[in-house]
Design a protein around this ligand. Structure first.
Ligand SMILES: NC(=O)c1ccc[n+]([C@@H]2O[C@H](COP(=O)([O-])OP(=O)(O)OC[C@H]3O[C@@H](n4cnc5c(N)ncnc54)[C@H](OP(=O)(O)O)[C@@H]3O)[C@@H](O)[C@H]2O)c1
Length: 313
């Protein structure tokens, strides 16, 4: 039997409980992974609470998309993985578990320099960052404003954008300025007077903005500073994007991601792993919790902690 975390009703973190399920068997084109670390993302908590609407619950709903571990078996049609391989995965249905079957196209070899926790921190944040920057065509000549630059998504956005030649201004709390600077962005505190502070940090103007914070301020300041609304995107306030004439990628948007956008999200993980192996990309780790303490991990992600929260089975 395998331990996994699930819920049978939407609600507070207490609805999360451990269940015992039959050991998973890899189907065609699936890889079975013994999980060493699972990444905890804000979306896991939004789905659990019902804040992000999802289908009615008809059976225990498993939690978690991202993780890292070791391959224990492969299904028919899988080429390139075998038992014992260290891997990172994303797009799983129920990564908060001892063992999980994952579509092979979402499983990637983990270089020895990348820890399981670091690998588990990649999937959703790095995929979202990379796809958003590609969709907006961010590169040399751009000055990018990212709201929520100290978060998991924001840190990945800063690093890719800097690598691709953009100048980056990132909002965060003052306590996080050093981290934002280390990654190559100019930090600016969010809150009253943000527009003026960004103008001072970017005297030649802002050409593109990404909201990874979801506040009214982030949207208003972006609209004030960027002329072309097609170069303003929100990752959190997807429902409001059409009314504002800006772009949204998931984050509550009624528009599903296109095939190209999904392909960029998948491509991001091996790109980040290669950069990490070369010492050119980093993730910030936060607290780790035992699998059985998933409710505490969700309380932590909801209250906001520095670095990526992971669960360790
Ligand atoms: N659309 C998508 O596909 C997609 C994918 C991934 C994530 N998301 C969403 O993007 C958001 C960020 O995700 P994450 O994983 O990066 O979360 P995270 O690691 O918890 O980061 C949260 C960020 O929000 C910042 N923040 C908190 N209060 C703020 C405020 N009042 N004004 C501005 N910034 C504020 C924090 O800054 P300080 O800590 O410095 O205060 C931190 O940088 C979440 O809402 C998540 O659901 C969307």
């Amino acid at each position: 039997m395998t331990s996994a975390i699930a819920y049978t009703e939407f609600g507070n973190p207490e609805v999360l409980h451990e269940i015992r399920v039959a050991d998973p068997v890899p189907g065609e084109d699936e890889v079975l992974v013994r999980v060493a670390a699972a990444g905890v993302n804000p979306i896991d908590a939004k789905l659990r609470s019902g804040a992000r609407p999802s289908a009615p619950i008809v059976e225990p709903r498993r939690v978690g998309a991202d993780g890292a571990g070791v391959v224990t078996a492969v299904g028919d049609g899988v080429d390139g993985f075998r038992a014992g391989d260290a891997v990172v995965f994303t797009g799983a249905t129920g990564a908060y578990a001892d063992e999980v079957a994952v579509t092979a196209s979402q499983v990637f070899a983990r270089p020895s320099r990348v820890s399981a926790a670091e690998g588990a921190a990649l999937g959703i944040p790095v995929g979202t960052a990379y796809q958003t920057l590609r969709s907006l065509g961010v590169g040399a000549g751009d000055t990018l404003l990212v709201h929520g630059g100290s978060g998991a998504v924001g840190q990945a956005i800063i690093q890719f954008a800097v690598l691709w030649g953009a100048t980056v201004i990132a909002t965060s709390s003052e306590r996080r300025f050093d981290r934002v600077r280390e990654l190559g962005a100019a930090p600016v505190a969010y809150g009253e007077g943000l527009t003026d502070r960004v103008r001072a940090a970017a005297p030649r103007g802002v050409t593109v903005a990404i909201d990874a914070a979801g506040t009214d301020e982030a949207l208003a300041v972006s609209l004030e500073l960027v002329d072309d609304r097609q170069r303003v995107a929100t990752l959190v306030r997807g429902k409001d994007a059409a009314g504002l004439g800006i772009r949204a990628f998931s984050g509550g948007s009624p528009q599903p991601l296109t095939a190209q956008q999904q392909a960029w999200r998948s491509e991001a993980v091996p790109v980040a792993l290669a950069l990490m192996a070369a010492g050119a990309f980093a993730v910030e780790l936060g607290p780790s919790f035992a699998l059985a303490d998933a409710a505490d991990a969700h309380r932590a992600v909801e209250s906001g902690v520095d670095g990526k929260i992971t669960l360790v089975p």
